[in-house]
Write a protein that binds this ligand. Structure first.
Ligand code: NAD
Length: 498
């Protein structure tokens, strides 16, 4: 059985905690590897390695740090096929989508290549007689990232790409469900020239997470995962004096106005609700058609489209989506489908019971479509995180806007319309962090920043973009005057500019 290892101080390290997790191939349902689950002592080893490496790394000038990022980008591109295959066979997303996962992470690395510019501070000359003021952004020291299973390449790169370029040393605790790609990324960073100890990967579960949150030498924690754990991470980390950004779950709505381009909208929903088997925090699992005619047309076309979807093994180039990540997750989704039926929603397409010939033990689940879902149903309130699209009918744009605005999650939302004014009003008023106008998955580009509202994110700082640089640095402001030989007046009051 393949043993996955920690990556500490540039070395592969077998786990010594005698605790292991199984890594499945979701296409076959078989265990393909084992991952060690770290103890607090193993986590501390990684922190010690990072503490040792960080001061020198912070002393490397930003342009040289950027060159390592450039080289890393080149190496990831060279290894794209290998990484995508590894990712696809642990996560279950199809190969093209696995490449998209890696590519979106690389875009943050490209942004981080601009770090010499991004770290430039501000300067005021002659703020007073002979007095200059300047500010610089300095790294925090050792920082950590805790990542979810659903983007095992992109989200680690969101975090370590920026943190390391800023001069920090990084401890990555990837998802214990698909940890191989994060380790390969760390190996490629080393190959790109990153000094040992600057990027360390420690696998684990709650024990490792708690050790990170309690460790006095970890100054900031970036978390992405489900909302309850995000909230826990935020509360515990901040109580321990750390800077924390913690992104949580989502339930994104797509509002369909009567004037929408219906053919395009249905195609957009098919991809955004069912792509990656719905395991995306920016998936679009709720459709809100405005008016009966819009709803009826959307339902008819969506049913037709779903009958053409191909669910296959993740390496099948014709598959629209592959299996979900684990059997437990598959069961959770089918339980939600049953709950939807019990709550009185109308199940138009039932994805349960799909088996793939030759892959009967794989974690496959067909697409499901619910109509007449109501806002008070638990299946509407909760995040299902599977290939399930729920239709909540609305009578007006106002009613449609209230749904995402009042929902506990506020990650992403989209509106499909040809009416610029309606779209503008909607984008302005809706109580959600990321808005798409005729864009079903409005994930901001790397040089903007990513983050939802309400229970989709805890803490003030978004991921990547200049927000990411701010999160992983602290400002130092220097006020300086050089002796002129003349004695300044002695003063016992606070200096002012009067
Ligand atoms: P998860 O919350 O189960 O796991 C996330 C991380 O937390 C993992 O590293 C895991 O090991 C750790 N963890 C799990 N249980 C823990 C516990 N009890 N105590 C401490 N740490 C624990 O999430 P997941 O299932 O891996 O990922 C899917 C979730 O992530 C979905 O809710 C999805 O919406 C969300 N997500 C959010 C964003 C975003 O940016 N808002 C992006 C991607 C995924």
């Amino acid at each position: 059985m393949r043993q996955i290892t920690h990556f500490i101080s540039g070395q592969a390290q077998a786990g010594r905690a005698e605790r292991f997790g199984d890594i499945y191939n979701p296409n076959t349902g078989e265990v393909q590897a084992q991952v060690p689950l770290a103890s607090a002592a193993e986590l501390d080893e990684a922190v010690q390695a990072a503490l040792l490496a960080q001061p020198d790394w912070a002393g490397v000038n930003p342009q040289r740090r950027a060159r390592i990022m450039f080289k890393f980008k080149e190496l990831v591109e060279t290894h794209m096929d290998e990484l995508a295959m590894l990712l696809s066979c642990e996560h279950g997303k199809v190969l093209a989508d696995a490449k998209g996962d890696i590519q979106r992470g690389l875009e943050v690395i490209e942004f981080a290549c601009g770090i010499p510019h991004l770290l430039k501070g501000e300067y005021t000359q002659s703020a007073g007689p002979g007095l200059d003021v300047f500010s610089t952004r300095q790294p925090l020291g050792v920082v950590a990232g805790i990542t979810p299973f659903n983007f095992p390449a992109m989200i680690p790169m969101w975090m370590f790409g920026i943190a390391i370029a800023c001069g920090n040393a990084f401890i990555l605790k990837p998802s214990e469900k698909d940890p191989s790609v994060p380790v390969r990324l760390a190996e490629l960073m080393l190959e790109a020239g990153l000094p040992e100890g600057v990027l360390n990967v420690v696998h684990g579960d709650k024990i490792a997470v708690d050790a990170i949150l309690a460790h006095a030498d970890i100054k900031a924690v970036s978390f992405v995962g489900s909302s309850d754990i995000a909230h826990y991470t935020y509360m515990t980390g901040t109580a321990n004096g750390k800077r924390v950004q913690a992104m949580g779950g989502a339930k994104n709505h797509g509002i369909i106005m009567p004037d929408a381009d219906m053919e395009q909208t249905v195609a957009d929903f098919a991809g955004a609700a069912f792509g990656s088997a719905g395991e995306r925090c920016m998936a679009l699992p709720v459709a809100v058609p405005v008016g009966k005619q819009t709803a009826d047309e959307f339902v008819a076309r969506m049913q037709e489209t779903l009958s053409t979807l191909k669910i296959g093994i993740s390496t099948d180039p014709d598959a629209h989506y592959g299996p979900v990540v684990t059997q437990a997750h598959r069961e959770r989704i089918t339980d939600y489908i049953q709950m939807g039926v019990d709550e009185g929603a109308e199940l138009l397409v039932d994805g349960r019971g799909l088996t793939l010939q030759g892959h009967e033990k794989g974690f496959f689940i067909g697409p499901s479509l619910f109509d007449h879902v109501k806002a008070d149903m638990q299946t509407y309130r909760d995040e299902i995180f599977g290939p399930v699209l729920q239709i909540v009918r609305a009578e007006s744009l106002e009613e449609a806007t209230r749904l995402p605005s009042q929902h506990q999650y506020g990650n992403g939302v989209a509106i499909f319309t040809r009416n610029g004014l309606a779209a503008r009003e909607f984008a302005d008023k809706v109580n959600v962090g990321m808005v798409g106008v005729n864009v079903p998955i409005p994930v901001p580009l790397a040089y903007h920043s990513f983050g939802g509202w309400k229970r989709s994110a805890f803490g003030d700082a978004n991921q990547h973009g200049t927000e990411g640089v701010r999160f992983f640095t602290k400002i130092k402001t220097v006020t300086q005057r050089w002796p002129t030989g003349e004695l300044a007046d002695q003063s016992f009051i606070i200096p002012t500019m009067n």
